[in-house]
Every structure is written in C-alpha cells, then in structure tokens.
Design a protein around this ligand. Sequence first.
Ligand SMILES: Cc1cc2nc3c(=O)[nH]c(=O)nc-3n(C[C@H](O)[C@H](O)[C@H](O)COP(=O)(O)OP(=O)(O)OC[C@H]3O[C@@H](n4cnc5c(N)ncnc54)[C@H](O)[C@@H]3O)c2cc1C
Length: 419
Amino acid sequence: MKSPLRSRYDVVIVGGGPAGLAAALGARQAGVEHILIVDREIEAGGILNQCIHSGFGLHYFKEELTGPEYAERFIRNVQSDQVEILTDSYVLDISPALQLEIISGGYGHLQLQAQSVVLAMGCRERTRGSIRTPGFRPAGVMTAGLAQKMVNMHGVLPGRRIAILGSGDIGLIMARRLSLEGCDVTGVYELQPHCSGLTRNQVQCLDDFGIPLHLSATVAFIHGRDRVERLTIAPVNHELIPDLSRSWDVACDTLLLSIGLIPENELSTRLRLRMDPATGGPQVTSNLETSLPGVFACGNVLHVHDLVDFVSEESLRAGRFAGEVAIGMRRPSDNISLQAGENIASCVPQSLSPDREQIIYLRVKRPLKNCVLTIGDRYEKSFRMLVPAEMIRLTLAPELLDRYFGEMLKIDVRLREAT
Ligand SMILES: Cc1cc2nc3c(=O)[nH]c(=O)nc-3n(C[C@H](O)[C@H](O)[C@H](O)COP(=O)(O)OP(=O)(O)OC[C@H]3O[C@@H](n4cnc5c(N)ncnc54)[C@H](O)[C@@H]3O)c2cc1C
C-alpha cells in the first residue's frame, strides 16, 4: 500500500542523483520537516547506478567506492532521515509560485506546493546531431553513457570493434570497460590538442590498456548503410577544420560519442531563470539560489562536475540554504559580483557575500603551466598545472572579501602564465 503524498512540502528536490540526495540531507540539517525527492527513474542514485567502476568518494568518504556504493550510502542516510522519495515520477513543470506538476507511475498526475525547490536534474550527453558528423546513418553510433548503461545494467555489448570520438571521462571509462569485456577498442579520437577527461582516467583507462589517444583528430565520415563499417579519421588544423588530404580509415562496427555533457535545464528555462552561457546552468548566488527566490540549483544541472564528491558538498549546502528559506530564515544578499576573467572559462557562484567563508568553483579555458590565479588585488595562488578537465575549488575567507563589502565590486578571476 503506497503511503499518501502530502499536497504541500517545505522543500521539494527535483532529481534523486547524488545532488538531490545530498540536498535532502542539507535541508534536514536546516531543520525542515517535510522533504520530498522526485526522480523519473525507478530508483534513486542518478547516473551513479550505471557507474560500476571504482573511483568515487576519495575526497568525501576518504575511501574508494563504486558509483552504486557511493549512492547507497546517501540513500541510506536519506531514508533514515525520513525524507520521502517519489520515483518513476517526472516533474513536468514548476510555476513561479513553486507549484510542481508531476506525472507519476504510481500516483498519476500530481500537483504539489513547495516552500522552496532544489533543482538537481543532472545533465545529458551531446549526440551526433549536435556536432553534425558527415556520413551515413547506420546503427552502431551511440553515446558512451548509453553504451555504459547497456553493458553495466543490461549485460549487452554495443559492438565488437569500437572507436570512440571525444576524450571525455565517460568515453575513457568505456574504453577500459569494453576492453575488459573482450572488445577491440581501436582508439580514442579527440578534436582538441589535449585530453578532455581527468588525467587519472587517461592513465588508468587508456595508457594502462594500450589504447591509443589521437589528439587534434576527428571523425570526418561514417561509412556503412545498415551498420557502421568504417570511419574516416582526419587530423584537424588550429581552426579545428579537418584536413582530408591526411585522413585515414579505421574499420569498426561501433562509434561511441563522448563529446560533452549538457545540463538538463528545460525546467529552468521554462521558469525563466537567469542562465550562465559559460556553464549552461542557472546563475546562482553564494547561497546557490537562482534568480527566482526560493529556487536553488546544485550538481550537474548547475555546472558539469568531474568528481561526485564536489557534487555532494555543493548540494548539501544548496539543500541547507533551501531549508532555511522554507522556514523563513534569509541570509543577507550578496553584494560582490564574480566575473570570469582572463583564461577562466566559468565560475560558480556568480556572486559572493563577505558574511562567511565562500567556496567557488572554476574551470580554465586551456591547459596552463606554472600560472598564478588572482582574485581582485588581494588573493593569489600558484599552480604548476591547470587543465580544463579538472575543476578548481577555492575557499575564500571573509577577511579577504571584507574590504569589498557594500561596494558591489566586481572580482576578476585571472590566470597568467608566470614568465
Ligand atoms: C559516466 C560517468 C562516469 C563518472 N565517473 C566518475 C568517477 O569515476 N568519479 C567521480 O567522482 N565522479 C564521476 N562522475 C561524475 C558524477 O557521477 C556526476 O558528477 C554526478 O553523478 C552528478 O550528480 P547529479 O545528481 O547532479 O546528476 P545525476 O546523477 O545525473 O542525477 C540527476 C537525476 O535527476 C533525474 N531527473 C532529471 N530530470 C528530471 C525531471 N524532470 N523529473 C524527475 N527527475 C529528473 C534523473 O533521472 C537523475 O536520476 C561520472 C559521471 C558520469 C556520467
């Protein structure tokens, strides 16, 4: 017998991945009573359920876990905290007055009222359509994450001879997984002159298995009418244009795409939240609150993370702030705007408050060696190596921000290669 749902909740969280689960724990820490997580899948855990490899939790739990193990720890805590989890249920819409419209396998059409909402919908993979690869449209072209779900959750191989376009982490992990499953992985082809996945994944998934990584190269044509038969691979010039005069063919029956992730922000755009084109997610304050008061965002829907540990840390805070707002507690508004400067691709949050310690996440535009990161005129930190694949996490003490108080000063984040 299903327990009846309430019509009003203090905090409703959209998405039951690691972000949504941690946000629920954060909301509970704030002291709110009624918390609901809604997820469209049949069980909570998000993308972690298909990530059966180890490498999760090194920062957060100080031990190496698989994705499902990491998710299980949070699900247990959420359950023992009496948080309600509504699975097999899709959030169709959220009104500016925070009424959620949900279509649920168990309950049918639902409308619920929330005091505050946390967006934790994660992200999805870019497909062939988004890069318009020339060629035929045979079977055997799919995203690396779909192949991961097929192999790890359904025990089905996507093919036998595999090529991978893009060196994102999912592609690297699938190169290793498919080698272990007995497939022949011909190589990984990356448009940029550098690998876009984590260095540890490049070493552990490609180098350790002897899988070649071809940088500054792309798939210029897909051959095969019913099934992929071969690919034409071409090197690209500095403008990323393929040079067909130097192309070569690779025989394979499957092409996996690992060409980037897009935050799932359909609900956010329908809510007309102010978005940040650099992250693909909503703009947020240091409380992780979006431009609509009472709506918070965290995890991959806010900006793509490479480590789940940072997702959990950020989402605990988002849930706590959402909980505080639900019980009528408001922290002072931010009065310092944070702007990505030279060599910085993105920064989150987009504004800061000097009333407490601040955590900011940054990504660089290109690999940089021996560089100095500066924030305003009072913060400097040296790095030996920075790469776009690895998010930078910084904590800023209130004393550092104090002098900017009340001035609405822009903080510029810049990177300069040391001379
Ligand atoms: C293939 C892969 C490998 C990875 N490997 C590692 C690793 O080795 N180590 C590591 O630390 N990190 C790794 N990561 C990163 C980490 O797993 C992610 O950063 C993390 O899962 C993001 O959490 P999330 O909750 O934001 O998103 P997700 O895990 O994607 O969860 C989002 C949830 O929201 C639900 N949802 C979306 N829209 C709606 C809606 N409208 N209504 C209801 N539900 C909705 C989805 O069904 C999903 O369950 C990996 C990620 C991927 C994709």
